[in-house]
Design a protein around this ligand. Structure first.
Ligand SMILES: NC(=O)c1ccc[n+]([C@@H]2O[C@H](COP(=O)([O-])OP(=O)(O)OC[C@H]3O[C@@H](n4cnc5c(N)ncnc54)[C@H](OP(=O)(O)O)[C@@H]3O)[C@@H](O)[C@H]2O)c1
Length: 396
């Protein structure tokens, strides 16, 4: 029997420590046992002390992700594994996923690295389907708001008698910064795109995470929103969004697994969102006015300062329409906190707790937040922090 309900691997990283802070004070803390895991025992001991100061006493598991036996020992101690150690393509995450897929242990990570995600799909989807393990990719702001927002828009359009054939999303607010881990993941993405490991078409394939899916001919590029233009349905100017290539691939996997293809998908960000984010940075003198500057080249373990994590926010609108565009649905996902860090740490934690405590539809595989948990996760996120964290709204 597993010693712990939840094991957080990568607890020593920037996001990992925010997850520890959140779980240590979680109102359902008496419903689960948990442990922190990683490769550095001294860092783990320090983080355990900080959790203890908050009244929670997680176990400690020292693990070497590169070593299969060490990973097996960690996974055998867990009912759910949350993995915050990235870049995933470079931190041996596939070892952890492999053991979880075989043993039927649920797993989630924050990956946005499509080549790593595709490798997991090719190697472990069928195995996880057999064992019942839900392997959930992209369980942070990339790509929970896009993925759950699209799912809600599809459901709402269906309630009006329409089948979604065209979907687009626009971030109307996205205010925060980035961490050392995110910087390292972006460098890993650049390296892989320049390497000769994959055919060039692999990197530009909008359906790279939906192998064999029925494609829509109109989905020509990965993010689908490649120039600045006025959008009449959102009534806003929108342009390319740097995280859209991650989210759009994940959303297309959800559309494929949910049987919603062919359906086009595009994701962008409004001009207003850039202005709001710029004002947040400028009004605090990039953090110098409040004594906590925003690191411009953060190292591993570093990220946005606490004031920016608290002041940050995001808002995404999703518009779905039928093939003849006569019927449509418009929904909104609005959240508090720096999207990539404070908000991500809460979404990731709640997703882990949903895997552990909530009644999701059965079925394993290499999945997305929407296909693994869908409405169950939506409900849990809507209830989190006294319903003050994330709000899902139907606008039309
Ligand atoms: N999906 C999203 O919305 C989202 C949002 C934020 C971040 N992320 C991703 O989350 C990941 C973590 O970000 P972060 O800012 O927390 O990074 P970070 O501060 O650099 O932390 C990295 C973590 O990974 C561990 N690690 C590094 N190399 C390892 C290896 N070879 N083997 C085992 N563990 C290793 C580190 O352990 P040590 O402490 O021992 O070095 C640390 O615990 C990144 O991949 C980032 O892109 C995704």
């Amino acid at each position: 029997m597993a010693a712990f309900d939840l094991v957080l691997h990568g607890a020593t990283g920037f996001v990992g420590q925010l997850v520890v802070d959140y779980l240590a004070l979680h109102p359902e803390g008496n419903r689960f046992s948990w442990a922190i895991a990683g490769r550095n025992p001294d860092k783990l001991a320090r983080i355990r002390r900080s959790a203890a100061a908050r009244g929670s006493e997680p176990g400690v598991i020292v693990t070497q992700a590169a070593d299969k036996a060490s990973v097996e020992a960690m996974v055998s101690d867990a009912r759910v594994v949350l993995n915050a150690a990235g870049p995933y393509s470079e931190c041996h995450a596939d070892n952890i996923v492999g053991v979880c897929a075989v043993s039927g242990t649920h797993y989630a990570d924050l990956s946005g690295e499509y080549w790593y995600q595709r490798r997991l799909i090719d190697q472990y989807h069928e195995e996880a389907d057999r064992s019942g393990a839900k392997i959930v990719l992209a369980a942070g702001v990339d790509s929970i708001p896009s993925d759950l927002g699209v799912q809600l828009a599809i459901e709402h359009l269906a309630s009006k008698g329409g089948r979604a054939r065209h979907i687009k999303s626009l971030f109307t607010s996205y205010a925060g910064s980035f961490s050392g881990g995110t910087r390292r993941s972006m460098q890993a993405r650049k390296r892989i795109a320049q390497s000769e490991e994959y055919e060039p078409g692999f990197h530009t394939d909008p359906y790279v995470l939906a192998p064999g899916a029925e494609r829509s001919d109109d989905d020509e590029t990965v993010s689908g929103w490649d120039s600045r233009r006025f959008d009449a349905d959102f009534r806003r100017f929108g342009g390319p969004f740097f995280m859209a290539p991650i989210n759009a691939r994940v959303v297309r996997r959800s559309l494929a697994l949910g049987g919603h293809l062919p359906c086009t998908y595009a994701e962008g960000i409004s001009t207003g969102a850039w202005l709001k984010a710029s004002w947040l940075w400028l009004s605090r003198g990039f953090g110098y006015f409040v004594g906590a500057p925003i690191p411009m080249k953060p190292e591993s373990g570093e990220g946005p300062p606490p004031w920016l994590q608290r002041a940050g926010s995001f808002c995404l609108r999703v518009y779905a329409s039928t093939g003849d565009r006569t019927r449509s649905a418009l929904v909104e996902v609005r959240g508090a906190g720096d999207p990539g860090y404070l908000a991500t740490s809460k979404m990731f934690s709640e997703l882990g707790l949903a895997l552990l405590l909530d009644e999701a539809a059965p079925g394993g595989g290499v999945l997305t937040p929407a296909t693994a948990l869908g409405p169950v996760l939506r409900q849990r996120l809507a209830n989190a922090e006294g319903s003050k964290f994330i709000n899902f709204r139907i606008l039309d």
